[in-house]
Design a binder for this molecule. Structure first.
Ligand code: MN
Length: 241
């Protein structure tokens, strides 16, 4: 088995999601091809900066994707500049194996690697007009949280009430059960062995230009562009892994 095949079969569930469903696989392809001369890279957006208007505005997308996400990628590359073994891993595998990352660079990898992985998922689960919540993930949400409305409400409250910077998540846990919770800063559920299938960025940089202090308005607007079809694909891939 050559290295490429090894890496493909060894990919994590989340990397598998990206490869299988295609929208944001730039870094994955890059790493699978064994070309590490440029390190981790921003994934390509599947839509234009203005595609999510008026809910998520163009200027926020430009800065959030082009400056913030790029910044996480740059810092991750800098942190791993002298560690070839680690830099050959997908960012998901890095986070899943965070305890193997040397203490000296661990927090940098948590912050920047988390930032890279979290935003990559975030972009891929939004789409102009949103998509209907159906399929296996909808069934699982109903049985886990009582109803789709109850599940959405739990997610919304989690995002709204999280103090400070962080993320709200819908994840598949180690027992293949759905969970909704928040993490601080760029902490990724992958570090707990969970597979995030939907994430909402509640850092102020995600909404301040358009919504200022009104996080609840931002969350409501975001709910109109959620690509539940992609979330369902993420769910199926996570359950398979
Ligand atoms: Mn962000």
């Amino acid at each position: 088995m050559n290295r490429r095949n090894f890496l493909i079969t060894g990919s994590t569930a989340l990397a598998g999601v990206f490869l299988a469903t295609n929208p944001l696989r730039v870094y994955a392809d890059h790493h699978l091809q064994g070309d590490h001369s440029h390190g981790y890279e921003l994934p390509k957006l599947d839509y234009g900066y203005d595609a999510l208007e008026p809910h998520i505005d163009k200027r926020t997308m430009e800065i959030h994707y082009g400056k913030h996400h790029q910044g996480y990628v740059n810092k991750l590359n800098a942190a791993l500049a002298n560690n070839h073994a680690l830099s050959e891993l997908s960012v998901e595998d890095l986070l899943r194996n965070i305890k193997k990352v040397p203490m000296k660079i661990r927090q940098a990898v948590i912050n920047s690697g988390g930032g890279h992985a979290n935003h990559t998922l975030f972009w891929s689960t939004m789409i102009s007009g949103g998509r209907e919540l159906t399929g296996k993930v909808a069934e699982a949400m109903q049985s886990t949280f009582g109803s789709l409305d109850a599940a959405k409400e739990k997610f919304t409250v989690t995002a709204k009430t999280h103090f400070g910077s962080g993320w709200a998540w819908l994840v598949v846990d180690k027992k293949n059960k759905l969970q909704i919770y928040a993490t601080k800063n760029q902490d990724s559920p992958l570090m707990e062995g969970h597979t995030p299938i939907l994430g909402l960025d509640v850092w102020e940089h995600a909404y301040y230009l358009k919504y200022q202090n009104r996080r609840a308005d931002y969350i409501d607007a975001w709910s109109k562009v959620v690509n539940w079809k992609q979330v369902n694909l993420n769910y199926l891939a996570a359950m398979k892994a």
